[in-house]
Design a protein around this ligand. Structure first.
Ligand SMILES: [Zn+2]
Length: 357
């Protein structure tokens, strides 16, 4: 005789029920809010009958009743996971349920699943909910590197590429990853890095939507760039190289793709990875410069691996985490389409700019 396994939890059982072990059947009575009867011997069959009644279906044969119950239980678990990405799937399962009648010849399964898969997904999402609640109260500025790493590692189960192949698990893992990046990274780790937070947030386009290209011109970002050592050095070199004789230059005349701007720290390093810059410059009589600056970058989270060399040098806990742990998560989320590429442009003018020689 072959061993019976519960179709919900997949554990072996040896009770007379057809589908569920006794513990799981109790849980299902709770989940569906039915009162468990005392006098009825086959409480599994009774549950399936009650489910059919709740769906206004009477006199179904046993097979239809049990198949209906499986779909309804799946739907109930999906309803407990509050992800709008599941709406379409839930609608299809509901339609399959509606089609079951005493007259229907076959039972449609527009969405195929096993209850065990649904049950495992439900448990993943509960674990995720608990962890994310804990992470919302973390002060990322104060914790040490090891703790920060442990927190992120505890979440790493949601970055599982193998869950991409099934539409239900794809929707659930997509949703969890989306929440992770919004809450933990944009709203937590990057709180004090507004440009990085803004660019990552824009990259997290809603499902099925492409992110819009961004044009940045807020005062804080422009000030950060203006004060940045790498930027200052680059402007100095360019004015010396192309502007010494003529007192003016347009970089596009010399360098078709602009010059590389590799920021070395802080918000700009996290935000812009392979940025290039164009400059149009005109010298004033008092030796200051009027500059028209255009910085372009393609936002691509998987670029973060290039932070590695900075991480070794800078010894900052987040540079390190971004270049290793979060980078790996980012690669998976890019495959899921949670994190998407787009173009960033930063344009501004600096008048009476003093080049420090
Ligand atoms: Zn079970």
């Amino acid at each position: 005789m072959s061993e019976k396994r519960c179709i919900l939890c997949n554990r072996p059982y040896n009770y007379h029920y057809k589908m569920f072990g006794r513990g799981c059947l109790d849980n299902l009575y709770d989940l569906l809010k039915f009162r468990k009867p005392f006098k009825i011997l086959n409480k599994e069959k009774y549950l399936c009958t009650r489910i059919a009644w709740r769906n206004h279906k009477f006199f179904l044969n046993k097979n239809k009743k049990y198949e209906l119950a499986k779909k309804y239980i799946a739907l109930s678990y999906l309803n407990k996971m509050n992800y709008s990405l599941l709406d379409n799937i839930k609608e299809k399962i509901q339609n399959d349920i509606n089609d079951i009648s005493i007259f229907s010849k076959e039972i449609k399964s527009t969405i195929s699943f096993t209850l065990n898969d649904i049950y495992k997904l439900y448990n993943y999402s509960r674990k995720f909910d608990d962890l994310i609640k804990g992470l919302q109260s973390v002060d990322w500025e104060k914790i040490d590197k090891e703790m920060a790493e442990n927190f992120i590692e505890s979440m790493s189960f949601i970055f599982d590429v193998t869950k991409k192949t099934n539409p239900i698990s794809y929707a659930i893992f997509y949703s969890m990853q989306y929440i992770f990046w919004q809450v933990v990274v944009v709203g937590g780790i990057l709180t004090n890095k507004p440009l990085s937070a803004k660019l990552l947030s824009n990259s997290l386009a809603l499902f099925g939507k492409e992110p819009e290209n961004l044009e940045i011109n807020d005062e804080r970002t422009i000030k950060d760039i203006k004060d940045d050592g790498v930027f200052k050095k680059q402007i100095k070199e360019l004015t010396e190289k192309y502007g010494k004789e003529t007192g003016k230059f347009n970089l596009k005349d010399y360098e078709k793709d602009g010059v590389l701007l590799g920021f070395e720290g802080g918000d700009l390093l996290y935000a812009l990875h392979d940025a290039t810059m164009f400059v149009k410059a005109q010298k004033n009589d008092n030796n200051t410069w009027n500059l028209e600056i255009e910085i372009n970058d393609t936002y691509d989270f998987t670029d973060f691996k290039e932070l590695k060399e900075y991480a070794d040098r800078e010894n900052s806990k987040f540079t390190d985490i971004f270049s290793t742990l979060l980078n790996n998560c980012g690669v998976v989320s890019s495959e899921y389409g949670v994190i998407k590429k787009y173009d960033v442009k930063i344009k501004f003018n600096l008048n009476d700019y003093v080049v420090e020689y």
